[in-house]
Design a binder for this molecule. Structure first.
Ligand code: GLU
Length: 358
């Protein structure tokens, strides 16, 4: 395992108080497919926000879920965002002070965090299967409501082991049990930059969630939280599909003794028919737009308009938009792609009025 010294212990390496640290944002794609226009829109918002604050932009590859990782997609994402005109300061290839930047190489950091949680009594082994949990949640006569593929019900706190022997964590052999986080029963309140104040009772919405699967796979929730913490990220910008993970991540951060970052969940882009965009839909990938002749300043300017950063579709580079950016301008609600996206992009001319108001 090739891990930087900072990775063998839990917690950030900087000893400076958070108020004196430089702003740090991140982009954390899972390499499961080519980036589509919705991914690019979120990346643009994350980049503009951190560049406007004069901070560092961190590229982290979320390749923790090996079975879903598609070869070549991490490299393709780098190429596509660079084509768009975004840049970043730290990434898996060039490294940086918080290396490594690929989750597949960060097991030591996740293990250190799990150990902290075990010591604090916030971790327990779980031998129940998904089927067991569904059965436990079922009313005696309602079994057929639980179809295959249905979401796992919230983990019931009464199913936690009553008491764990000291040292259980060190004696656990691999493959013996999943590890779950013992959630708090209180309300988690956070203010999202775009969705406002949100209250959630994590014990009711998901219950004690899995941090490491029985087969040894680290859960996204653990990896994302530990990475945002140890990489000293102070602003998390990502798609609104992850809004529902935030309360859980905050509980986990707090259990680790970490400060919470600010969150901004960017409304999703939906297809012309209102459907969710998928990385499998080739027609709206950055790659295909580029291959069909769209220029990066057409895509960027159009996305900036879709976000509400500029008041009409225009040709603009990402750099030109830095001074225009403000979270208060971002349009709430999903954005529906026009059916003739490529034609609209092509109408945008570099000679048209450049960003800037008045
Ligand atoms: N890896 C996730 C994705 O590609 C993003 C996770 C995050 O930003 O927390 O959608």
């Amino acid at each position: 395992m090739n891990a930087a010294p900072s990775s063998s212990q839990a917690g950030p390496r900087s000893r400076r108080p958070a108020s004196q640290r430089a702003p740090r944002g991140r982009w954390a794609p899972s390499p499961t497919g080519l980036l589509h226009i919705g991914n690019a829109r979120t990346a643009l918002a994350a980049w503009l926000s951190v560049r406007q604050r004069g901070g560092a932009f961190v590229w982290r590859v979320e390749d923790i879920d090996a079975p879903r990782t598609v070869a070549g997609m991490a490299e393709a994402a780098v190429e596509d965002l660079a084509w768009l005109g975004l840049d970043w300061d730290e990434d898996p290839a060039r490294g940086g002070p918080y290396a490594p930047y690929a989750q597949s190489q960060r097991s030591l950091v996740y293990e250190a965090a799990l150990r902290v949680l075990a010591k604090r009594g916030r971790l327990f082994p779980c031998r129940l299967s998904r089927r067991d949990l569904i059965d436990m949640a079922s009313a005696p006569h309602a079994e057929d409501e639980h179809q295959a593929g249905e979401e796992e019900p919230p983990y019931p706190a009464h199913a936690r082991p009553a008491d764990l022997e000291p040292g259980w964590y060190d004696r656990l052999s691999s493959g013996e049990a999943a590890l779950r986080f013992a959630v708090d029963a209180g309300v988690v309140r956070f203010v999202d930059r775009l969705y406002g104040a949100i209250d959630e009772r994590v014990d009711r919405s998901v219950g004690d969630f899995v941090l490491k699967r029985r087969d040894g796979l680290y859960a996204y929730q653990l990896a994302a939280v530990v990475d945002d913490w140890t990489m000293e990220i102070d602003e998390v910008v990502r798609g609104a599909d992850l809004l529902g993970s935030t309360a859980r991540q905050i509980q986990l951060l707090e259990a680790l003794g970490a400060r919470r970052p600010v969150y901004a969940h960017v409304p999703l882009v939906v297809g012309a028919g209102g459907e969710k965009l998928s990385k499998r839909d080739a027609s709206i990938t950055l790659r295909s737009l580029r291959e069909q002749g769209a220029a990066p300043w057409q895509v960027v300017g159009y996305l900036a308009w879709s976000l509400g950063i500029v008041d009409r579709p225009m040709a603009a580079t990402a750099r030109e938009l830095v001074s225009e950016f403000s979270w208060s301008r971002i349009a709430p609600g999903e954005w529906r792609l026009p059916g003739d996206l490529l034609a609209r992009l092509r109408e945008l001319r570099r000679s048209s009025r450049q960003p800037g108001r008045g």
